[in-house]
Design a protein around this ligand. Structure first.
Ligand code: SAH
Ligand code: SF4
Length: 342
């Protein structure tokens, strides 16, 4: 039996066509699942009997098991989910003035293994299926009795290392008959897989792209992110320029401020020179300390000075505090704690 949440409108329509059913029934099925939130094919009363019977013998509705739900002082809610093969993944719900945003996980573990990141402490065990990503949204919505308005694909894993499933996931949550979350309300973050940035630029949807930069030069970036040895800054920034040219969209450069590692004034200057002219802004992120690593967040005064320097040099930047720090909400942390039984 297959999980129905793995299907996009297009794949389901193709299946229906092959089976000799009307393809528009795919949209009707999506309405039942994602609008009316029905969990049983027999309730899909406007479908032909044959279609219902086919669905019932082919598909199941999967569920994620909520292992833990932790609420932070600032209202951030972290979910730890158990998959069918008992691996643990997490999703984080954030309450913003503009809506509810969910941070979704794309892989069990992460092979990129960045030096500062809890998710990279464990090698990737496997990619998540489309359904396992879709179900993170559905489970949180059901448990909290709300609708998620924004999705950030920034949980554990490298989304562009699970490209096809992540793209299908985006299609399901964006589909008018699906969760109908606007493309502009969806953000995907990558450590910088150049060929996939180029592929992503070819897609019609106006989904936001964030690039984890974290360094002003190759020497520092290679120390923090070993992916930089494969895709160094020059080809990475060239692909970002191509993306902006092709899509006319502004990208976000993420930059975690790490004390005495990448937060010197000279680094702000170098960064400004490197990215000047690219339609982008820099999102300065406060580091959420991870016990296993020695990195520390930049002192507030240094962070402010770095921010001011970028702005003075004509680079648009934002600086906000990391949310959910008291519940290990950053990337992969709760999961790691749980597995180690702490
Ligand atoms: N693998 C993708 C998406 C998941 S990580 C990527 O790297 O972009 C999402 C963001 O969280 C990245 O910018 C990552 O560098 C950042 N991050 C990871 N660990 C962090 C921590 N301890 N504190 C703050 N940000 C962190
Ligand atoms: Fe993987 Fe992103 Fe963490 Fe790097 S920062 S280890 S790419 S999840």
């Amino acid at each position: 039996m297959k999980n129905i949440h793995n299907e996009t409108v297009e794949t389901l329509a193709a299946t229906f066509k092959r089976e000799g059913f009307k393809t528009f029934a795919a949209k009707q099925v999506f309405d039942w699942i994602y609008k009316k939130r029905v969990h049983d094919f027999s309730e899909m009363t406007n479908l032909a009997k044959g279609v219902r019977a086919y669905l019932a013998k082919t598909y199941v509705f999967g569920r994620l098991e909520t292992v833990r739900r932790v609420v932070s002082d600032d209202g951030t809610i972290k979910y730890l989910f158990g998959l069918e093969d008992h691996h643990l993944i997490e999703a984080v719900l954030m309450d913003h003035p503009y809506g509810k945003s969910l941070c979704v996980t794309t892989q069990v573990g992460c092979n990129i293994g960045c030096a500062f990141c809890a998710s990279g402490l464990e090698k990737k065990t496997r990619d998540l299926s489309v359904a396992e990503m879709v179900m993170q949204v559905l489970e949180v919505e059901a448990k909290e009795n709300l609708r998620v308005s924004h999705v950030v694909i920034m949980g554990t894993g490298e989304p562009f290392d699970n490209y096809d499933n992540v793209m299908a996931f985006i299609d399901v949550i964006n589909a008018p008959n699906g969760l109908e979350i606007g493309a502009r309300h969806i953000t995907v973050s990558t450590s910088g897989i150049v060929p996939k940035i180029d592929a992503f630029a070819e897609r019609p949807l106006q989904v936001n792209l964030a690039i984890s930069l974290h360094a002003p030069n190759d020497a520092i970036r290679s120390k923090l992110m070993k992916i930089n040895n494969v895709y160094p800054l020059a080809p990475l920034l060239a692909s970002v320029k191509r993306y902006v040219e092709k899509t006319n969209r502004r990208v976000t450069f993420e930059y975690i401020l790490l004390d005495r590692v990448n937060d010197e004034m000279a680094h702000a200057d170098e960064l400004s020179d490197r990215i000047r002219g690219i339609n982008a802004y820099v999102n300065l992120i406060r580091y959420n300390p991870v016990k296993e690593f020695d990195f520390k967040p930049s002192e507030e005064a240094r962070a402010r000075a770095f921010f001011d320097r970028l702005m003075k040099r004509g680079i648009v930047a934002t600086y906000r505090r990391e949310r959910g720090g008291d519940i290990n909400a950053a990337c992969g942390q709760l999961r790691i704690r749980e597995q180690k039984g702490r």
